[in-house]
Design a protein around this ligand. Structure first.
Ligand code: SF4
Length: 64
C-alpha cells in the first residue's frame, strides 16, 4: 500500500521549508499553514527529506 504525507496543522508553524523542498506536494495555505496539495508530487525520498527537516516534526506518513 502506498504512503502519502500529511501535515499536523495544529503543530505547523508555517515556516515554508517543506514547500521549498517539495513545491508540488506542500503549499502554504491562506491561514499560513502547510497543507498537502499533491501527495504524489515528488519522490518518496524527497518527501522524506522534507519530513526529516521540518523543524517541528509535524509531517507524517499515512497509508493511502
Ligand atoms: S516544514 Fe513543517 S513547520 Fe514548516 S511549513 Fe512545513 S510542515 Fe509546517
Amino acid at each position: 500500500m502506498a504512503r502519502i504525507p500529511y501535515v499536523e496543522e495544529e503543530e505547523c508553524t508555517g515556516c515554508g521549508l517543506c514547500e521549498e523542498m517539495c513545491p508540488d506536494v506542500f503549499k502554504i495555505n491562506d491561514d499560513g499553514i502547510s497543507e498537502v496539495h499533491d501527495p504524489h508530487g515528488a519522490t518518496a525520498e524527497l518527501i522524506q527529506d522534507a519530513i526529516d527537516n521540518c523543524p517541528v516534526e509535524c509531517i507524517r506518513w499515512e497509508e493511502e
